[in-house]
Write a protein that binds this ligand. Structure first.
Ligand code: ADP
Length: 639
C-alpha cells in the first residue's frame, strides 16, 4: 500500500468514525429532543446552555429563546431560594441527586417536578455546567396525597369508631394498635394494651376456643358470636367479633371489631320472653283472635280459630278473611270491613246480624265478630275477635230453661206453703168457733127447760157470732182466691171522707170495747174522695183492727188523713208489738203471720186483701215498724 493509499485509508477511517460519531450524536440529540422529560443545562450562574423542546414547551417558548438566559427567571418566587441552594449543593457535590419543586407552567398551572441534577466537570475537575432532568410528577403527587388522606381518614375512622377496634400481630398475638373505644371499654390504657397478648382480655374458659379459631383457615375474614371478653375490672361481656386479615406496618396482622352485645342479647331475650308470654296467652285465649292486614288478609290466627274452623293456620295465612264465611255472608261482612277501613274504631257486629262461619268440613257455626284497630310496627292492622256462639246459645237456652224451672219450683213451693198455712189456719179458725157453737148447742139442748129466755138468747147470739166469724173467714178466703183469679169489682163513688172515717173509728171503738184510745185527725181538711166504699172500708177496718189487736190495752191508735199533691194518705199508727224485720218482706203474702203474734188470733189474710184493694184504686201501701215500739201503715190513694 502506498502512502497515498495509506492516508486515503486513514481518511476513510476518520470519516467513517466521524460519520459514526455524527450519527450517534444525532441519535442522542434526537433522543434528548424527543424526551417528554424536561432537560436543560446551565452554567453555575444559572445561564441556560441547553434546553430540550419539552422544557421550552413547558414555559410556552422555544429553546432558542431560552438559551443564554437565566432559568431562574421562570422560577416560582416562593421556591427561588431553595432552587439557588440546590445549585450550590451540586457545585459542592456534582453527583446526581434528587429534588422536588412546584413549578408553574406557561398557563399558570402548578406542577410538581422531580429533578435529577448532576454536575458536569471540566478537565480541571470543576463543575462547569449543571444538567437537570425534570419529570412531571404531579399525577404521582396527587395519588400520594389521596393515599395519605385516605390513610388519615381510615385512621380517624379507626380512632373515633364507637366500637372497640384493635389490630394484633397474627404471629405473636400481641396488640399492635387499639382505638379509643377499646381503651374505654376494656379499661386498659393504650400503652398497657400494646404490651398485652389478645388472650389477656379473655376469661380462662375462652382460651381453648380462641386457639381453635386462630388455627382455623378463615380465608382472611372471621365473624363469630357469643365470645366472652373480660375488662380490666373483671366484668365479663358477650361480644360479637368481626375480623379481617391486614398487613400492618409490614406485619401479618388482623383488624378486629368487638361489639358488646350483652345488653342487646338481654333485650332480645326479654323481647323473646315477652313475645312467648303473649303468644301463650293468645293461644290459650277463649276467643278466636285473627290479625288482618289493611287488605283484610289473615296474617295471624290463634289456636281457637284453628279449632273453630278446622283449618291449619298455614291454610289460612295470606287468605282473605272472607273465605271463612259462607258465600251469602261475604257481601255483608265486606261492607263492615269497608266501613271499618273508612273509620277504624271498635266495632262489634251485633249477634242479631246472624253471622255464621263456614268450617272446613262445611259446617256452619254462629259467630260473633268484633273488629278493633291496632298498629303494629307502625302498620295499621285489624284485630278480629271471633267467638263461637254455639256454646253460648246452648248455655243461654239451658239457663233460660233452668230459670223457668226455678220459677215454677218456687211457685210450687209457695203454693204448698200457702196450702199448709191455709189448712192450719182454717182448721184452727173453724175449730174454735165450732167448739163454741157445739158447747152452746149442748147447753141449750141439755138445759133448755131451766134456761131463762135471756140466757138462751145470749147463747144463741154467741152461736150466731161464731157463725158470722166463720162466714167472714170464708169471705176473706174467697176474696183472696177471687182476687187472684178475676179482679175484685171496683165501683168508685164520691165519699164524704169525714163522715166515712168517723164511721170507721166508731165501729172500731165498739169492737175494741174501749181498750184503746181511738183517734182521728186531719180528715176535716179533705171534703170528699172518689173511691170504692166497700174496699176503702176493708182497708181502714183491717188496718185499725190490726193496730188495736197488736198493741197493748191503754195505748192509742190513730188514723191520720192528709192531702198531698195528687193523692190522699191514710196513716194508721199504733204503739204495739211491731213487726220483726224477717217478716216485713212477706207481710202482704196471704196467710203470712209474723213470728211474734203468739196467742193473738188471726188468719194472715187481712193485709193481703188490703193490698189488693189499694191496688184496685191505683194506690200504694207502705209501712214502717220497730219491734215493741209500734207500727205505722200508710195507704196512698190518688185523687
Ligand atoms: P192477721 O189476721 O194475722 O192479723 P193480717 O194479714 O192482717 O193477718 O196481718 C198479717 C200479719 O201482720 C199479722 O199476723 C201480724 O203478724 C202482722 N201485723 C199486721 N198489722 C200489725 C200491727 N199493726 N202491729 C204488729 N203486727 C202487725
Amino acid at each position: 500500500m502506498t502512502d497515498t493509499d495509506e492516508y486515503a485509508h486513514l481518511d476513510e477511517q476518520l470519516r467513517q468514525r466521524e460519520e459514526a460519531l455524527r450519527q450517534s450524536e444525532a441519535r442522542y440529540r434526537a433522543l434528548v429532543q424527543s424526551q417528554l422529560d424536561l432537560i436543560c443545562r446551565f452554567l453555575p450562574d444559572s445561564t441556560l446552555t441547553f434546553v430540550n423542546p419539552a422544557y421550552a414547551t413547558f414555559y410556552g417558548t422555544t429553546p432558542e429563546a431560552m438559551i443564554g438566559r437565566s432559568f431562574l427567571e421562570h422560577c416560582d418566587p416562593l421556591t427561588l431560594e431553595d432552587v439557588k441552594s440546590r445549585i450550590q449543593i451540586i457545585l459542592d457535590n456534582p453527583a446526581p441527586s434528587h429534588s422536588e419543586f412546584p413549578w408553574t407552567d406557561s398557563s399558570g398551572k402548578i406542577h410538581w417536578v422531580q429533578w435529577v441534577d448532576q454536575g458536569i466537570l471540566d478537565e480541571a475537575g470543576h463543575v462547569a455546567e449543571i444538567q437537570a432532568v425534570g419529570r412531571d410528577i404531579t399525577h404521582l403527587k396527587t395519588i400520594e396525597n389521596t393515599l395519605r388522606l385516605q390513610e388519615e381518614w381510615y385512621r380517624s375512622l379507626f380512632e373515633v369508631n364507637p366500637k372497640p377496634l384493635w389490630v394484633y400481630d397474627r404471629e405473636t398475638q400481641m396488640f399492635l394498635e387499639v382505638n379509643k373505644a377499646a381503651v374505654e371499654k376494656y379499661g386498659y390504657s393504650r400503652a398497657e394494651f400494646l404490651s398485652m397478648n389478645i388472650t389477656e382480655i379473655r376469661p380462662e374458659s375462652e382460651i381453648n376456643r380462641l386457639n381453635l379459631v386462630l388455627e382455623m383457615d378463615t380465608e382472611g375474614f372471621y365473624h363469630g358470636r357469643n365470645w366472652f371478653h373480660r375488662a380490666k375490672n373483671g366484668i365479663i361481656f358477650n361480644v360479637e367479633i368481626s375480623s379481617h386479615d391486614i398487613i400492618f406496618n409490614g406485619r401479618d396482622a388482623r383488624l378486629v371489631l368487638a361489639d358488646d352485645v350483652t345488653n342487646q342479647l338481654a333485650a332480645e331475650r326479654r323481647l323473646r320472653e315477652s313475645e312467648e308470654k303473649f303468644r301463650t296467652m293468645l293461644e290459650a285465649a277463649s276467643e278466636g283472635v285473627m290479625l288482618l292486614d289493611e287488605r283484610g288478609n289473615i296474617t295471624m290466627v290463634n289456636l281457637y280459630i284453628e279449632t273453630l274452623f278446622g283449618y291449619d293456620r298455614s291454610e289460612m295465612l295470606d287468605k282473605s278473611a272472607l273465605f271463612l264465611v259462607p258465600d251469602h255472608m261475604r257481601r255483608p261482612l265486606a261492607a263492615y270491613q269497608v266501613a271499618f277501613a273508612k273509620r277504624p274504631m271498635f266495632t262489634r257486629i251485633p249477634e242479631s246480624e246472624g253471622f255464621v262461619g263456614r268450617c272446613k268440613d262445611g259446617r256452619l257455626v254462629p259467630i260473633e265478630i268484633t273488629l278493633t284497630p291496632i298498629t303494629i310496627a307502625s302498620q295499621s292492622m285489624v284485630m278480629c275477635l271471633v267467638i263461637d256462639l254455639t256454646q253460648r246459645k246452648e248455655l243461654e237456652e239451658g239457663r233460660i230453661y233452668a230459670k223457668s224451672l226455678e220459677v215454677k219450683l218456687e211457685k210450687e213451693r209457695e203454693l204448698i206453703e200457702m196450702k199448709e198455712r191455709f189448712i192450719s189456719i182454717v182448721s184452727h179458725e173453724f175449730r174454735t168457733p165450732l167448739a163454741v157453737i157445739l158447747s152452746s148447742v149442748g147447753i141449750l139442748r141439755r138445759y133448755h127447760e131451766i134456761l131463762t129466755p135471756d140466757k138462751a138468747a145470749i147463747k144463741l147470739d154467741g152461736i150466731a157470732a161464731q157463725v158470722r166469724r166463720m162466714v167472714q173467714l170464708l169471705e176473706d178466703v174467697l176474696t183472696i182466691s177471687r182476687g187472684n183469679a178475676e179482679r175484685i169489682q171496683f165501683r168508685p163513688e164520691h165519699l164524704d171522707l169525714e163522715e166515712f172515717c168517723t164511721g170507721i173509728t166508731e165501729t172500731i171503738r165498739q169492737t175494741d170495747a174501749d181498750h184503746h184510745f181511738i183517734l182521728l185527725e186531719g180528715v176535716e181538711t179533705i171534703p170528699s174522695l172518689y173511691a170504692d166504699r166497700r174496699l176503702l172500708e176493708h182497708i181502714l177496718l183491717n188496718l185499725m183492727t190490726n193496730a188495736t189487736k197488736y198493741s197493748p190495752v191503754g195505748t192509742s191508735v190513730k188514723l191520720s188523713v192528709a192531702r198531698i199533691p195528687h193523692a190522699v194518705t191514710f196513716t194508721v199508727t199504733d204503739s204495739g208489738i211491731g213487726i220483726p224485720i224477717a217478716d216485713q218482706s212477706h207481710l202482704f203474702e196471704p196467710f203470712h203471720r209474723a213470728q211474734n203474734v203468739s196467742g193473738l188470733e188471726g188468719t194472715g189474710l187481712g193485709l193481703a186483701i188490703v193490698k189488693q184493694s189499694v191496688e184496685e184504686h191505683g194506690g200504694a201501701i207502705t209501712f214502717t215498724s220497730v219491734i215493741n215500739q209500734g207500727s205505722s201503715f200508710t195507704v196512698t190513694l190518688p185523687i
